[in-house]
Design a protein around this ligand. Structure first.
Ligand code: AMP
Ligand code: MG
Length: 507
């Protein structure tokens, strides 16, 4: 028997348990799609051996990975969800250009979704064409793999497949499909759909599904008292707080933090108009559609808390004992009890990351003192237009006794020297040998991040049929912490001549 192209799990849980939240679906027919890139390490994680990978990397594999051919088993479907987009509520969004091919249980026993983006129109497409262009597909591929290598929870690209069709955007573009893998595609918006219709028992069904998938230990908590759902909300809060703290630490701007793009799993999802900052700037906005700066770099922790409030709102009747189901004050008190904890959890997560970046042992100083040192460093970066990634990386040199790398970037030497003095005073209390401390810092301060100019170059060349720049960049980003000779250009911010960078949703 030939190997299955994709070993889907015998039980497809989303299809089995969440009726009302999907339409069974197959992608649009295609005559000759081609697998452009296949993520072999990820395929191996999913349990595909060399033969299975070879089978997937074929004409039949391309048909499967675009949704044009149904999988041998399973129930492919388009998911329904709702969501707040730029603050306004849409009661029905859903996979307008995507579908869930199926769930796979990976080699570590984790159930993961394989989802296709660009697979054609669905019942949720509204005015859209259901397609994706090669540029955004490759952008999502690069960004997701870069985030993964940086240790940040994320969906990942399994494959980029060209459809052989052209897709009309501002101009005709090469059509493509991204096959991506996620811990799940449950979003804040998934719960919002039933909640906005007042279907409390259906909201409970989704919440229990999410718990079974991501937090099975919580199934031991009673549902009737509300404890189980308060605990779920708390888990999602904590995962999102940790996620946004890691974005802030590396300078990632998601760009479109609508509630349909916020996962319950805590993975980064839906890389659209996202970008990394070069210079540290809380006001940085790259998305052409975010004209009000709602999703600016520095807004992300606050908007995440806002999105969590929308999640809490959609779960309100579940958060209290059955006897209080009609008691709005009790519901709100339960929600607020969780939401009010967000700033403290975020501060804890952020401080932990900043300490690691600065090489500060947590037990040696008060949180506020170390937070102040990190904040002052950011103020310095902002005031002098310093590059976030390079500045952080230069700190290990400071610890090794060389401050010149950092000072050379600065225009106001007095300001940087004041900060360096404070850093030296704090560093003097560290007991680790400097080299050990510096090496630990180099393991968390990347040299290479997916800078806009590099991602753009890779995409422009790929559109012209040349994948070399993409492959090279992917290779660099897969090992972001090891400085390698010859790769200096990958560690540089864009020259001023690159101009202000703008990303487009690319839909
Ligand atoms: P996103 O910006 O990817 O989070 O998408 C927001 C919503 O718009 C989702 O419901 C998408 O499925 C839908 N959408 C985006 N682009 C298209 C398209 N080309 N065709 C149909 N629906 C789309
Ligand atoms: Mg989305």
């Amino acid at each position: 028997m030939p190997p299955l192209l994709l070993p889907l799990a015998p039980e497809q849980t989303y299809a089995r348990d969440l009726d009302g939240l999907y339409a069974p679906w197959q992608g649009a027919a295609l005559s000759a799609p081609q697998v452009l890139r296949l993520n072999r390490p990820l395929a191996a994680e999913l349990g595909l051996d060399a033969d299975a990978v070879a089978a997937l990397d074929s004409a039949a594999g391309a048909l499967l990975l675009t949704g044009a051919m149904a999988p041998e088993q399973g129930t492919p479907l388009a998911m329904a969800y709702a969501g707040h987009q730029f603050g306004g509520f849409s009661p029905l969004l859903g996979d307008g250009r995507a579908m869930l091919l199926g769930e796979v249980v990976d080699t570590a026993g984790r159930r993961r979704d394989v989802h296709l983006k660009g697979s054609g129109r669905t019942p949720f497409s509204r005015g859209g064409d259901g397609k994706a262009a090669l540029g955004p597909v490759l952008r999502e591929y690069l960004m997701g793999e870069a985030m993964h290598a940086l240790g940040i929870p994320t969906t990942r690209a399994l494959a980029a497949v060209t459809t052989g069709e052209s897709v009309q955007r501002d101009e005709p573009e090469v059509g493509a499909v991204l096959a991506r893998v996620a811990a799940s595609h449950l979003r804040v918006g998934t719960l919002q759909l039933f909640a906005s219709r007042g279907q409390t028992e259906d909201v409970r069904r989704v919440a229990d599904f999410a718990i079974a998938r991501h937090d099975p230990d919580l199934l031991d908590l009673p549902a009737e008292t509300g404890e189980r759902y308060v605990a779920l909300l708390t888990r999602v809060r904590d995962r999102q707080a940790a996620l946004v703290a890691s974005w802030m630490a590396v300078g990632f701007v998601h760009g479109v933090l609508n509630t349909d793009n916020v996962t319950l799993s805590g993975e980064t999802i839906d890389y659209g108009p996202c970008a990394f900052v070069d210079a540290y700037d809380p006001a940085a906005v790259f998305s052409s559609i975010d004209t009000g700066g709602r999703y600016a770099f520095g807004q992300q922790p606050g908007i995440t808390q806002w999105n969590l409030a929308r999640l809490a709102e959609s779960m309100l009747p579940l958060l209290v004992p059955a006897a209080q189901r009609e008691d709005q004050d009790a519901q709100v008190a339960a929600a607020v009890g969780v939401l009010d904890g967000f700033p403290a959890v975020y501060a804890r997560e952020w401080t932990a990351r900043m300490r690691a970046k600065l090489g500060l042992s947590p037990e040696l100083d008060e949180d506020e003192r170390d937070q102040a040192l990190a904040t002052e460093l950011h103020e310095l970066m902002q005031a002098q237009g310093l590059d976030l990634t390079r500045t952080n990386r230069s700190l290990s040199a400071v610890v090794r006794g060389d401050s010149e790398l950092l000072r050379a970037e600065c225009t106001d030497l007095a300001a940087v020297d004041t900060w360096l003095d404070a850093y030296a005073t704090r560093s003097a209390r560290e007991t680790r040998p400097p080299e050990e401390r510096a090496a630990a810092m180099d393991a968390v301060n990347p040299v290479y991040v997916p800078r806009n100019r590099l991602v753009d170059e890779a995409i422009i060349e790929a559109r012209g049929g040349d994948m070399q720049a993409f492959d090279r960049l992917l290779d660099v980003l897969e090992d972001p912490f090891t400085e390698r000779p010859g790769l200096e250009a990958y560690a540089q911010p864009a020259p001023d001549s690159f101009g202000p960078f703008v990303t487009y949703c690319g839909t």
